[in-house]
Design a protein around this ligand. Sequence first.
Ligand SMILES: [Zn+2]
Length: 84
Amino acid sequence: MPKKKYPQLTAEEYNTAYMKVYYFLNRDRLLEKAKRPVNCPSCNKKMPYSSLSYHLRKCHNHVKQPKIKNNLVKEDGTFKLTFD
Ligand SMILES: [Zn+2]
């Protein structure tokens, strides 16, 4: 049996370690994106991008939309996939 080179990680531990490395490597780019000025689509207030989601939730009761749009329609307890 060959000796294991890498530690055995759970999915959660792996994701945490991965995000740490990802943030370390892309720190400047991520911070630049977070601090770029944007206008609120509802009240046109100027703010950094990192504050926009908080502002939308608190001031406009905005519900977060999922990034991936799935066409999963529920009909009478069964799931029906639609591709359109
Ligand atoms: Zn607003």
